[in-house]
Design a protein around this ligand. Structure first.
Ligand code: TRP
Length: 343
């Protein structure tokens, strides 16, 4: 049987928002396990090692990792069907990362757009080497599990390309070692790209300074409804979907969200709200999102108070991941020629 391997990670630096949910996490949940022809092994992790490229407050950082892991479980990621883990609990990632850094080139890393953007916003003394070599660690994350597919957003495509380039280079030097990972095409899947509520031509983003721009998975109903009420729209007052019309970006986004939550097509939504104003529509979207979030939040509140359960899931996930990662790492070390002594 030709089982495929899926892998993805997110940084545990904030509570995920509905853009992360509809653009990625929801799909991770539904694709778990698969069956028959489409059976898959999946690895989903919190990229805490990546998160320290920016200074974290240690107490908050610990809490955020617990929060995000509890949320993983609450949205329906199943520790039986997937390997769910925290990146720093699987030390093989860092070990492979060092080896791969010797197969990555200074020039290609200097060309990474994310590095250029992030370093441009920082003062000279604040650009750490981790920020620069971050894509090598990401390559290790991916290659160590021999992943076939990595569902990533557009912003991570370049990092995936780099992972492929490093894999090709290593394979050429030492023979077939790493599988070449492919981006997982979100377009053919049931995922939606969610934009900011206050600047709907920009993607909804964790790092948005405006708290009204993003809806977090743990926002309560009041907050969610309020955020949608304030969402930027246009003055046409017509619930009509017009792709590629920048004037309609706000309404297109709200319709996309409503469609994703209620599983409705754009014409269905247009019919439902024909003749109604934006006020009614925004309330309906806000309430639909809040209703969708409620069971997730109920599960979250239950799981988050059970630290022993969270930790046992983390340990099992790390053990599963580590068993797979070790195989690749041993192969790599042997090929590089590290001396092995029996003990
Ligand atoms: N760099 C990704 C982000 O910031 C997170 C990440 C780390 C990742 N390792 C990965 C994503 C491996 C996919 C595969 O969003």
């Amino acid at each position: 049987m030709n089982k495929k391997t899926f892998l993805s990670g997110i940084q545990p630096t904030n509570i995920p928002h509905i853009g992360n949910y509809f653009g990625a996490i929801k799909n991770w949940v539904s694709s778990q396990g698969g069956s028959g022809e489409t059976a898959l092994d999946s690895y989903y992790f919190l990229a805490d090692l990546h998160a320290i490229t920016v200074r974290q407050n240690p107490t908050e950082f610990e809490r955020q990792v617990l929060d995000c892991f509890a949320l993983f479980l609450a949205v329906g990621l199943d520790p039986e069907l997937s390997a769910l883990f925290v990146q720093s609990h699987v030390p093989e990632h860092t070990e492979l990362s060092w080896i791969l850094s010797c197969y990555a080139q200074f020039g290609e890393l200097s060309r990474m757009t994310q590095f250029k953007d992030k370093s441009a916003n920082q003062k000279e003394g604040e650009v750490n080497i981790g920020l620069f070599s971050y894509p090598v660690l990401q390559a290790a994350d991916i290659l160590i599990y021999q992943a076939d597919f990595v569902p990533v957003g557009k912003d991570q495509k370049q990092h995936l390309e780099l992972a492929r380039n490093i894999a090709v280079r290593f394979n050429q030097a030492h023979g077939e070692t790493f599988k070449l990972p492919a981006p997982y095409n979100n377009i053919t899947q049931n995922t939606a790209k969610i934009m900011s509520l206050s600047e709907p031509t920009k993607k909804m983003s964790k790092s948005d300074a405006n708290p009204h721009a993003t809806v977090l998975l743990l926002d309560d109903k009041d907050t969610v409804v309020k955020k949608f009420k304030r969402a930027v729209t246009d003055s046409e007052a017509k619930v009509e979907y017009r792709e590629n019309d920048p004037a309609k970006a706000g309404i297109n986004n709200l319709m996309t969200i409503y469609g994703a939550v209620c599983d409705k097509s754009m014409p269905e939504i247009e019919a439902e709200f024909g003749g109604k104003g934006y006020g009614d529509f925004k309330t309906a979207v806000g309430e639909a999102v809040a209703d969708m979030l409620l069971p997730i939040q109920t599960a979250y509140n239950r799981i988050r108070t059970d630290r022993a359960y969270i930790e046992s899931c983390m340990k099992n996930g790390a053990a599963k991941a580590s068993a797979a990662a070790r195989k690749t790492l041993i192969d790599v070390k042997g090929k590089v020629g590290f001396l092995v002594v029996d003990n």
